[in-house]
Design a protein around this ligand. Structure first.
Ligand code: WAQ
Ligand code: MG
Length: 636
């Protein structure tokens, strides 16, 4: 489970003369603990129920954490408490709880409880060991809470959906009903795994301080204890809690400033660096010379004289900008020539050129699938794939990284969908590992799914002559073979290689293709020239591979184990601040190696990400390995 280790639970409870005032909990990475403590203290001190005389803040590392997807949210509009309660009862009845009238009649007994009543849904027997306290669902948080930073007050909605998601996923729980005890909060909910989270806009009278919760249980008596243990002890992080429009009542710029300060305190602020030199294995930053171990210009083609000459020649002949989108006035001979060249290089019928790799992903996915279709997507896929999935409106099912059995299982769940699309990075951008393309293709064809791979980091890198995964494995083609011109091809733009039928379809349906100005002629001509260089000089690919082997051996000699089938060599660090410190130590010693942090990788999985080029010298690589080992404290 990604990013599941090293998180801390921070719990706050505040009381006055032993009367409970407020309580809350966050699950955050270590560096966010201090900020979280101050947020929770602030919340305790500003509670409408009064000023506490005792605040207890507990910080602990709970070990393994369960990740759950938030229940889907539906709002049920009601106008009176009676209507709200009746709606709650009928929704739970619909979900299979039959004795709802009797259950609703028991509700007032929850009013004095701190926790929830645990009720057998069929016999109506009360199962809480302590009837005054009830059962408390604790040890849970919203996975994004440190970035949402609900400073100060309580966000009823977000906290309730986290709680409801945990409760609905507890073994034996078949439903929940909740009415807030805040006099002014008249919205309540019922929730089950099947009907999701149903907000009931009016479920009680304004000003009424009576509220409570009932958890409905169905199962064996001997299993009650383990249900309670799950509710009270198992740490849960809930992903994808939907944002509610009404929650955003902050002042325009205050919100941005608050968000920035949360980003700062989590060690996640990013800045922009200017390099005063072309892409290449060395860069000039101001007057400092740095060895670059982080460029995607894997074959050192961005500054190759043949490539730059093609770019300036095309600019002179065809103009700086193309002047239109591909379907209007933005297609010129360099665009057409490049598409032909890409198709022949990758061995497909046709190719479609996009303005960027990001747009190629977003546009292709959005064109191929829509509502009623399903996408099964690797959990570590690039952000542009994720954004395409979101934009498409299709159901998105994420499979475990690189796990073809999980892919097969999840595709088989989607037989009822109209179309299925399986999508994976060919080489994963943050981990540098490679998709098992032959198995991926088998699983796709067994499930009649479109197969799509993103060869951003494998084009020019994988396969003897850099043609990518199909060449590397000697297997067939996926339906969609997507790539970018901006990495090994040293230019800018994105492309899709595919059958003529799919290419035509994309030219008619991919919105990022239709509504973007086409790449400038210089970019197209440069990529075309780079392809020619690559075809004539496959030794570059071989040299890159040798460099990766040499560099990982140099790391291994210094106690750092790193392997990579690509040009990307990740060096795990973990903590975000430690990764940042290592990166700046490296820069001090003249090496540009970035620290990669959340959200590019999961929280707590920060790393140094080395990317190698065919033109790195052995001296550079071994001194870089030495500097990395020193920055990580492996050497003194
Ligand atoms: N575990 C079990 N029961 C609890 C817990 C807990 N962690 N916290 C509170 N309760 C019980 C307790 O009896 C309270 O009196 C009752 O639930 C209500 O708790 O979508 O604010 O914290 O906008 O007042 C619903 C949001 C907000 C609806 C519910 O509950 C929406 C809310 P409160
Ligand atoms: Mg309350």
């Amino acid at each position: 489970m990604k990013g599941s280790s090293g998180l801390f639970s921070v719990k706050m409870r505040a009381s006055c003369s032993r009367r409970h005032i407020s309580g809350a909990e966050k699950i955050v990475p270590p560096h966010a603990v201090p900020h979280t403590v101050s947020q929770l203290a602030e919340r305790a001190l500003n509670h409408p129920k009064g000023v506490p005389d005792f605040i207890n803040i507990k910080i602990e590392n709970p070990g393994a954490i369960v990740r759950l997807e938030a229940l889907p949210v539906v709002t049920e509009r009601t106008s009176t408490p009676d209507e709200g309660l009746a709606r709650a009862a009928s929704l739970l009845k619909e979900a299979g709880v039959l004795r709802m009238d009797e259950i609703m009649a028991l509700f007032r007994e929850t009013y004095s409880m701190r926790g929830a009543m645990l009720l057998d849904a069929d016999t109506l027997e009360r199962l809480e060991p302590d009837r005054e306290r009830g059962v408390r669902a604790t040890c849970m948080d919203d996975s994004d809470s440190i970035l949402k930073g609900t400073a100060g007050g309580k966000n009823h909605y977000a906290e309730a959906i986290v709680l409801a998601t945990k409760v609905a996923n507890a073994p034996g729980i078949v439903g929940e009903i909740c009415v807030s005890d805040d006099p002014d909060y008249v919205t309540g909910y019922v929730a089950t795994r099947n009907i999701g989270y149903r907000r009931i806009t009016v479920i009680k009278e304004k000003g009424d301080p009576a509220g409570g919760r009932i958890f409905l249980y169905r199962g064996r008596r001997e299993d009650v204890a383990s249900t309670i243990r799950f509710l009270e002890k198992t740490p849960v992080v809930v992903e994808g809690v939907p944002v509610l429009g009404a929650v955003a009542e902050e002042r325009r710029m205050d919100g941005l400033a608050a968000e920035m300060s949360v980003i700062d305190s989590a060690g996640l602020r990013r800045g922009i660096r200017v390099l005063d030199s072309p892409a290449g294995p060395e860069a000039l930053a101001g007057c400092r010379r740095l060895a670059v171990l982080s460029s995607n210009d894997y074959l050192d083609l961005a500054r190759d004289p043949r490539v730059t000459a093609a770019a300036s020649g095309a600019s002179a002949k065809w103009g700086a900008g193309s002047g239109g989108s591909r379907l209007t006035t933005g297609t010129q001979p360099p665009h057409v020539a490049l598409e032909r060249h890409l198709a022949s290089f990758k061995g497909t019928d046709d190719a479609v050129l996009f303005a960027t790799g990001y747009m190629a992903n977003v546009g292709t996915i959005q064109a191929l699938v829509k509502k009623g279709d399903a996408i099964v997507s690797d959990e570590l896929n690039h952000a542009s794939i994720i954004d395409g999935c979101r934009l498409s409106g299709a159901d998105v099912i994420v499979y475990r990284h690189g796990d073809m059995d999980d892919l097969a299982r999840k595709l088989s769940f989607c037989r009822e969908h109209r179309r299925r699309l399986a999508v994976s990075d060919a080489v994963f951008s943050m981990d540098g590992d490679m998709l098992d393309l032959p198995r991926f293709l088998d699983v796709c064809s067994a499930n009649d799914a479109f197969s799509m791979i993103d060869e951003a980091h494998s084009t020019g890198v994988a396969g003897a002559t850099g043609r990518g995964l199909v060449e590397h494995f000697g297997c067939g083609h996926p339906d969609i073979l997507l790539g970018t011109l901006s990495k090994a091809l040293g230019s800018a733009g994105g492309f899709v290689c595919c059958s003529g039928e799919i290419a035509d379809f994309l030219r008619n349906r991919a919105r990022s293709f239709i509504f973007s100005t086409s790449p400038c002629p210089a970019a197209a001509a440069a990529a075309d020239a780079a392809l020619t260089v690559l075809e004539n000089e496959p030794w570059r690919v071989e040299k890159l591979r040798e460099n990766v082997g040499f560099f990982t051996r140099e790391l291994a000699r210094r106690g750092i184990s790193a392997k990579s089938p690509s040009a990307i060599v990740p060096i795990p660090v973990g903590d975000e601040r430690r990764a940042m410190a290592a990166a700046s130590a490296l820069e001090e010693s003249g090496f540009l190696v970035p620290a990669i942090r959340y959200p590019a990788v999961p929280m707590g999985a920060a790393r140094l990400r080395v990317a190698l080029m065919s033109s790195h010298t052995r001296e550079t690589l071994s001194s870089a390995a030495e500097a990395i080992a020193r920055a990580l404290g492996n050497l003194v």
